[in-house]
Design a binder for this molecule. Structure first.
Ligand SMILES: NC(=O)CC[C@H](N)C(=O)O
Length: 615
């Protein structure tokens, strides 16, 4: 993605089902669980750049001894920072007891995070601040063991404020800003209630049933309870991804299937998807059950996971991403007037790479059809030279754009900013025939369009192509997300700015004021959740008109050749990614009632010049 949006969290959960001595014998290390947690988190490093955190619960600890630990970091290399602290703790112990690793029981007593229950989290905040206090896991302590709770998740709730009220809590300034704080209060409230009924052994399925009913949002959460029970749970629409793997030795859950496969070296089908509305509950004795907590609703798994967020090394995601590129073939061919001879294909590094291969495969298939047709049309009229020339025709692809990863840190806000920003990307010289070649560059999605305009298009222009076609493997991002991706301000979206520009151009300003009045009225009546009024902003225009305006907006004024933008259509997105039909940011169709409220609020914020999130 050319705009730096990271905006997603990742979850890692491990439950060791055997005593520590077993892991030492079987796998040669008492640190087996922590090593796997580290791997599981690093393999999801693509998620959550604000910080990371881990929590652990130890089983069978004598009363009075600590059993729940938590550590968080916002260092640049947060995961490594956390685990090097664990490493230091052990190294310190070994100074005085060099053979302590051979005594698993002793080690468990000394090393804080050597617990049987482990929870890891990578955060990119969607609420509150991006500092360490807001990093997950949150913990709640209590003198009664079974009322201690650690909680973390990949999620966003749109009814944070309401939730506090529902459990009669008057939140403090900090809590008010955090959906995790609200979730914590709710889950803890019901945990205590259940613990009162069955002391020491609260029924987690009931706790989750009562809690989840109150949440409006998309979520994949994990929790550790002080009595040794634990869970992971997924929202009723399956908005956020959730996978798990169970063996005799471990129970594992994470946000990405490939992360589990790699960390535990297991096959595709050994890793299961936790289905919408389900929870995987593990009891303190290591037994487990998958329970239906909420009635499953229409599946609306987030399509952005497939387009961009999850790693492309997942078997299915790789195929889908490639298909997204392939699906754009016909529209690109039309736009280059089928002139493959004078077209160079490339991609914006690095997340669009897989879609790029798909697009090129599409072009190759087309070219092969043409070759066959031509050769057949020759009849007997050919010689080796003619045939060689035909067979050797290739799709021209080059690595044109190069990202200078470190550039951003130095870029200031002064007048030289534009001059500097363009250098965030560099180009490969000598690849394009000036004035003759068209450049087709694929990006996975276009959010703000600023990097495209300020860096990529400007840089590519130095190669003097005849035309640049920017291809987006995602459809136009028109509406805010409110389920875990931090894109919640309408004015940030280039597709929205394009629609506004068209409205202004065509003298339709009264549409905006009418919608603003309507939104205000709905807000006054507490009815903002009833319909998405922002759809009306796009209604007068075709997708092509918006795309043409986007192209205009990303073209710097001093560029004298054509820039075109081609977006994936929503239909072809769904055909490429059939299991992830969540598309509210493209269509405005939100799966939960809070969604309409967010989009309407985002519109009011935009109209009132407030640079705030819509939830
Ligand atoms: N991206 C996420 O899942 C964020 C989790 C949570 N809403 C937070 O801001 O901490």
């Amino acid at each position: 993605m050319s705009d730096a949006i990271k905006h997603e969290c990742g979850l890692a959960f491990i439950r060791l089902r055997k005593p520590f001595s077993y892991y030492q014998q079987q796998y040669g290390s008492v640190m087996y669980g922590l090593n796997k947690l580290y791997l599981l988190m690093e393999k999801q490093h693509n998620r959550g750049q604000d910080g990371a955190g881990i929590a652990s619960v130890k089983l069978n600890v004598e009363p009075g001894y600590p059993f729940l630990h938590r550590m968080r970091s916002i260092e640049t290399r947060a995961i490594a920072d956390l685990f090097s602290q664990v490493g230091e703790e052990i190294a310190d112990l070994e100074k005085y007891q060099p053979d302590i690793r051979n005594h698993p029981g002793l080690l468990k007593g000394h090393v804080r995070f050597l617990g049987e229950l482990l929870l890891g989290h990578l955060r990119y905040g969607t609420q509150g601040k991006n500092n360490v206090e807001f990093c997950h896991p949150f913990i709640k302590r209590h003198t009664i063991q079974s009322r201690n709770l650690a909680l973390a998740g990949n999620f966003n709730l749109v009814n944070t404020e309401e939730l506090f009220g529902l459990v009669n809590i008057d939140p403090g300034v900090f809590q008010r800003q955090s959906d995790l704080a609200a979730m914590m209060e709710v889950v803890h409230h019901f945990l205590v209630m259940e613990d009162e009924l069955t002391p020491g052994n609260p029924d987690l399925a009931t706790v989750l049933r009562k809690s989840a009913k109150l949440f409006d949002g998309g979520y994949h959460i994990g929790g550790l309870v002080g009595n040794g029970d634990s869970f992971v749970m997924r929202d009723a629409h399956g908005i956020r991804p959730s996978y798990y793997y169970i063996s005799d030795d471990v129970i594992v859950a994470a946000s990405e299937r490939a992360a589990i496969r790699t960390s535990f070296n297991v096959g595709e089908n050994e890793v299961k998807e936790l289905m919408p509305g389900q929870a995987l509950i593990v009891k303190s004795d290591g037994s487990y059950a998958v329970e239906q907590i909420l009635e499953p609703q229409e599946r609306r798994a987030c399509s952005f996971e497939r387009i961009y967020f999850s790693r492309g090394n997942d078997e299915k995601i790789y195929r889908e991403r490639s298909q997204l590129g392939y699906n754009l073939r016909d529209r690109v061919l039309k736009s280059i007037d089928y002139n493959l001879k004078n077209t160079i294909f490339s991609f914006i590094p690095n997340t669009a790479e897989v879609a790029f291969y798909g697009m090129v495969k599409g072009m190759e298939d087309y070219m092969n059809q043409i070759k066959i047709q031509r050769i057949l049309s020759w009849g007997n009229d050919f010689d080796e030279e003619k045939l060689t020339e035909m067979i050797n025709r290739k799709i021209r692809m080059e690595k044109i754009a190069i990202k200078d990863v470190k550039m951003r840190t130095f870029i200031t806000e002064d007048s030289s900013r534009n001059e500097m920003v363009q250098h965030v990307y560099d180009i490969t010289y000598g690849t394009v025939v000036p004035g003759q070649d068209t450049l087709v560059v694929i990006d996975d999605s276009i959010v703000r369009g600023t990097t495209l305009k300020e860096s990529i298009v400007r840089m590519l222009a130095r190669l003097k192509p005849k035309k640049i076609i920017v291809v987006s493997s995602a459809p136009q991002i028109r509406y805010p997300d409110c389920y875990g991706i931090d894109m919640s301000k309408l004015g940030d979206f280039i597709a929205f700015r394009a629609a506004i520009a068209l409205i202004k151009e065509r003298g339709m300003d009264d549409l905006l004021s009418r919608l603003q009045a309507e939104c205000r009225e709905l807000a006054r009546m507490g009815q903002l959740h009833t319909k998405n009024l922002v759809k009306e902003i796009y209604h007068p225009f075709s997708a092509e008109e918006i795309a043409a305006k986007v192209a205009e907006l990303i073209t710097p004024s001093d560029i004298d050749f054509e820039v075109e933008v081609i977006f994936q259509t929503i239909e072809s997105l769904h055909s490429a990614c059939p299991t992830n039909t969540g598309d509210w940011y493209f269509t405005g169709n939100y799966p939960t009632p809070g969604g309409n409220r967010v989009v309407n609020q985002a519109f009011l914020n935009y109209m009132e010049g407030k640079n705030e999130r819509g939830y």
